[in-house]
Design a binder for this molecule. Structure first.
Ligand code: HEC
Length: 127
């Protein structure tokens, strides 16, 4: 009997919570993993001056909107992760058509290993 009552109570609370007291439910936001979140900060600090994440927005370098999927197709036989890592560590290894080699090679020395992993994890969220 007591258990039954508890179930009712839990259900009741859930129902109340679900209705949210009449306020509009907020749309769920996609959340970044803590690593990708850190990468986003690294990106705005070290990459954002040259790269936008909005489609077709060229600053100095190409827009990185959709780079997660694009990275898979850039270099024959290279997976997306390897392409992204190489893009940062050796920017001259592959030049995007129409762009010059303006990406600083010094980034590879400037970033800590942790920051590098984080920024790549962030780029991999840019589907
Ligand atoms: C001074 C400007 C500049 C900065 C700063 C810069 N980039 Fe670039 N980046 C470029 C240019 C120009 C290109 C195109 C030429 C090439 O392929 O290297 C490019 C290309 C790329 C590409 C390949 C894009 C594609 O469509 O294949 C990736 C990935 C990339 N950058 C990531 C980064 C990341 C991550 C950072 C920060 C850690 C960064 N860039 C910082 C200028 C910059």
């Amino acid at each position: 009997m007591l258990n039954h009552f508890k179930q009712l109570l839990v259900f009741g609370l859930f129902f109340l919570a679900a209705c949210g007291g009449g306020t509009e439910p907020t749309a769920p936001q996609p959340t970044l993993s803590p690593q990708a979140q850190q990468g986003k900060q690294v990106f705005s600090r070290d990459c954002g001056a040259c790269h936008s994440t909005s489609p077709d927005t060229i600053i100095v370098g190409p827009s990185l909107a959709g780079i997660a999927s694009l990275a898979e197709t850039r270099v024959e036989g290279q997976d997306g992760y390897t392409y992204l890592l190489t893009s940062v560590m050796q920017p001259e290894a592959y030049l995007v058509e129409g762009y010059e080699n303006l990406m600083p090679a010094s980034l590879s020395k400037q970033l800590t290993g942790e920051e590098l992993d984080a920024v790549i994890a962030y780029l991999q969220t840019l589907e």
